[in-house]
Design a protein around this ligand. Structure first.
Ligand code: NAD
Ligand code: IPM
Ligand code: MN
Length: 353
């Protein structure tokens, strides 16, 4: 297994160090892998002048899977858009054709009180958000800021082809089939043509999946339903922009965005794995970040790219054990539990393994 590790910026290197330790601990199980590290995001801009150096992309292409920390930070916010750290992340997603972004929101019973919703609303929560990741308004042309009639206008294009919709739809239906066979497609078809096509294609596709119950929801209502009654959802499929927003919202239901891993897959299950959160500049360098989302992303990598279900489950069980033992980073802390830092949390997961 060839794994390309891209720690990135902010808390990225801190959380990635713990994720790599967890991976290393699995060598004793006979898992054989090679790790190569490279730069992406702001650190790459500082070193090479671009957020996604050719050498990084080459390493990522040659690997079977990529593990990414996070990119971005205020020190790079004034750069021209092409040099922004986020462009590195968008660039690697597009270059590797990682159109299928899986963002599970699972509530660990021990964290029921860390959720901002009442425990009874979130107990047992297990949602899979399937976000399309290489299309939509994120990549649509034309885009820009220009001068028209004596003032500046900013514009982006929301666009999806039916083949793009169909391939993400298939990913979502296939996942729903392995779960509770309920798929909710989220769009804004009452206003946006692009998402009318989205809904039409999802309905067409559903003919191939008679065993999966397909429903549709407008995105504003979906945002509301997620906090009103989140357990009504099993699998949610949506476009890049809506998926970005709804997955952060769903993450918070589970107690902290520091708990939410993600997988971004191409057609052959080659993938990039990263926490759903960002570089958390407010706590970077302080040893406070929760590494569990990144550690759980390693489990997703073992499951989806390498078919190592047993190893994935081992990591997930180890995470459950440290939570049951009462260890908490600041983001999930509550009175009566033990507050620890990033490294202590990594130590505990390795010990639990
Ligand atoms: P963020 O996710 O970095 O932080 C939001 C809040 O959540 C902050 O209070 C932060 O401290 C907290 N948080 C996030 N991860 C945490 C963790 N593991 N443990 C404990 N607390 C955690 O979002 P933001 O502040 O909007 O963005 C900061 C930077 O990150 C921006 O430059 C943004 O573009 C970038 N970003 C990158 C990614 C990515 O690399 N995938 C994702 C989102 C944002
Ligand atoms: C995410 C992030 C990225 C996105 C940014 C940093 C480009 O918010 O992974 O959710 O919008 O996709
Ligand atoms: Mn996001």
């Amino acid at each position: 297994m060839k794994i390309c590790v891209l720690p990135g910026d902010g808390i990225g290197p801190e959380i990635m160090a713990q994720a790599v330790r967890v991976l290393e601990a699995l060598r004793t199980d006979g898992l054989a892998f090679e790790i190569e590290e490279a730069k992406i995001g702001g650190c790459a801009v500082d070193a090479d002048g671009v957020p996604l150096p050719e050498s990084t992309l080459a390493l990522a292409r040659a690997a079977d899977a990529v593990l990414l920390g996070a990119v971005g930070g205020p020190q790079w916010d004034a750069l021209p858009r092409e040099q922004r750290p986020e462009r590195g992340l968008l660039g690697i997603r597009k270059a590797l054709n990682l159109f299928g972004n899986l963002r599970p929101a699972i509530l660990y019973p021990e964290l029921a009180n860390a959720s901002s919703l009442k425990p009874e609303l979130v107990a047992g929560l297990d949602i899979m958000i399937v976000r399309e990741l290489t299309g939509d308004i994120y990549f649509g042309q034309p885009r820009g800021i220009e001068s028209r009639d004596g003032e500046r206008v900013g514009f982006n294009t929301m666009i999806y082809s039916e083949s793009e919709i169909r391939r993400i739809g298939k990913v979502a239906f296939d996942i729903a089939r392995k779960r509770n066979r309920k798929l909710c497609s989220v769009d804004k078809m009452n206003v946006l043509e692009c998402t009318q096509l989205w809904r039409d294609v999802m309905i067409e596709l559903s003919a191939d999946y008679p065993d999966v119950e397909l429903s549709h929801m407008l995105v504003d209502n979906a945002a509301m339903q997620l906090v009103k009654n989140p357990k009504q959802f099993d699998v949610v499929v949506t476009g890049n922009m809506f998926g970005d927003i709804l997955s952060d919202e769903a993450a918070m239901l589970t107690g902290s965005i520091g708990m939410l891993p993600s997988a971004s897959l191409d057609e052959n299950n080659k993938g990039m794995y990263e926490p759903s959160h960002g570089s958390a500049p407010d706590i970077a360098g302080k040893g406070l970040a929760n590494p569990l989302a990144t550690i759980l992303s390693v489990a997703m990598m073992l499951r989806y790219t390498f078919n190592q279900e047993a190893a994935a489950v081992r990591i997930e069980k180890a995470v459950k054990k440290v939570l049951a033992d009462g260890l908490r980073t600041g983001d999930i802390y509550e009175p009566g539990t033990r507050k620890v830092g990033t490294i202590d949390m990594g130590d505990a997961v390795v010990a639990a393994l």
